[in-house]
Ligand binder design. Structure first.
Ligand code: NI
Ligand code: MN
Length: 226
């Protein structure tokens, strides 16, 4: 499984010959300008954690061009189905076996409205099991006791956690989340995009090290393989 950070909370995940795009927010991200070109993204699936602008901005243009299937909560899926897109609706606790692997839609503590204020269902995260590897993408969330449920069923190879604070967990809570998840390897996301969520990289990495965890911070366009 190859995971590429496309800035903010956007990830591209390659599993065998399938590409999964998560929470595309590229054309609105000053930090991704000149690095990521949405015309070069060809996902088979687009997974959306919730309906906020900084997670869905480029969904329509990408999904239309490549005919990708949008996977999200029921309300977000119905929103895009009404616009003629291919969708797969899920809801919290539900699993589905896709051609690339198994996906669970997990709990998150956050909000979820579309940019025009319409209801975007309840926010979530995803657990993806494929090719013997398991990753957890938390989505925008606070630290929550629900994270303790995950290692009862899964042995995570990687947890992707928001670390930018203000709108989501910050670093202190993300270290606790990694403990709750029994996961040593954390990929940080949802940081530095806007003034509200800027972090000190060295301090963040050190804080995780003190907590016995490893925090990976990728440059935009950078990848890690698990
Ligand atoms: Ni959000
Ligand atoms: Mn967000």
């Amino acid at each position: 499984m190859k995971i590429t950070f496309l800035g903010h909370a956007c990830l591209s995940i390659e599993i065998a010959d399938c590409t999964i795009l998560v929470d595309p927010f590229i054309t609105g991200n000053e930090k991704a300008k000149g690095i990521v070109d949405i015309q070069e993204l060809n996902p088979n699936y687009i997974l959306l954690t919730h309906a906020h602008q900084d997670h869905i901005l480029d969904v329509e243009s990408i999904a239309k061009r490549v005919n990708a299937t949008i996977v999200s909560n029921y309300e977000i899926a119905m929103h895009y189905q009404a616009k003629g897109f291919l969708v797969h609706p899920m809801n919290h606790g539900g699993n589905w076996i896709f051609d690339f692997g198994k996906v669970k839609y997990t709990n998150a503590i956050h909000t979820s409205s579309f940019p025009d204020g319409t209801y975007g269902g309840q926010p979530g995260g995803f657990i993806i099991e494929a090719n013997g590897k398991t990753i957890y993408i938390a989505g925008d969330t606070a630290l929550t006791m629900d994270m303790k449920l995950i290692p009862m069923q899964y042995n995570l190879d990687l947890a992707v956690l928001p670390i930018g604070d203000n709108f989501t967990m910050g670093i202190e809570d993300a270290v606790i989340a990694a403990d709750f998840l029994s996961c040593k390897n954390v990929l940080g996301y949802h940081f530095d995009t806007f003034g509200f969520i800027e972090i000190n990289h060295e301090q963040a990495i050190e804080r995780f090290k003190v907590g016995g965890k490893e925090l990976h911070l990728l440059d935009i366009g950078g990848s890690l393989e698990i």
